[in-house]
Write a protein that binds this ligand. Structure first.
Ligand code: CDP
Ligand code: MG
Length: 150
């Protein structure tokens, strides 16, 4: 069987509010990602602080929590062929600071500042699994593939 790998993304409040959700999902799909789980959600302060616990104590922690609780988000579990879903998504997303993100990346196009940088991408397969479990139970990940012959 073909190897596949998974990662996790959040379309952040500035991108959702800008109406960029469809555009960003289209870019993910057209770059080889399949959506295995998808929903709109809203983080309160406690959930945002749990999600970003690794950054607690950093100077940007409080502004980040304010931003991430400022509007709706869209969260997704993504899958692609091969073992590099995490790296491939990080490449497509671009550098943390949109001003430094390469042309063609999602943050270059939709990011407004280092905090309001439009999209989250997990940094390892282990963290991806941990992160999507804040939003999805295992049985909410859809593993069925289309079978045109049925
Ligand atoms: O998201 P990424 O993995 O590229 O960066 P991070 O270092 O894990 O930081 C998580 C998030 O915190 C970023 O995506 C930014 O939204 C925010 N951040 C910030 O507001 N100011 C910084 N100096 C660094 C990160
Ligand atoms: Mg990170």
């Amino acid at each position: 069987m073909q190897t596949t790998s998974r990662t996790f993304t959040i379309i952040k409040p500035n991108a959702v509010a800008a109406g960029a959700t469809g555009n960003i999902l289209d870019r993910l799909i057209s770059n080889g990602f399949r959506i295995r789980a998808l929903k709109m959600d809203f983080l309160d302060r406690n959930r945002a602080a749990r999600f970003y616990a690794v950054h607690r104590g950093k100077p940007f922690f409080e502004p980040l929590l304010r931003f991430m609780t400022s509007g709706a988000i869209v969260v997704a579990v993504l899958e692609r062929e091969g073992e590099d879903a995490v790296e491939a998504l990080r490449t497509l997303v671009g550098a943390t600071d949109p001003a430094l993100a390469a042309p063609g990346t999602i943050r270059h196009e939709f990011g407004e500042s280092v905090t309001r940088n439009a999209i989250h991408a997990s940094d390892s397969p282990e963290n991806a699994r941990k992160e999507w479990s804040h939003f999805f139970s295992d049985d909410q990940i859809v593993e069925v593939d289309y079978q045109p012959s049925i």
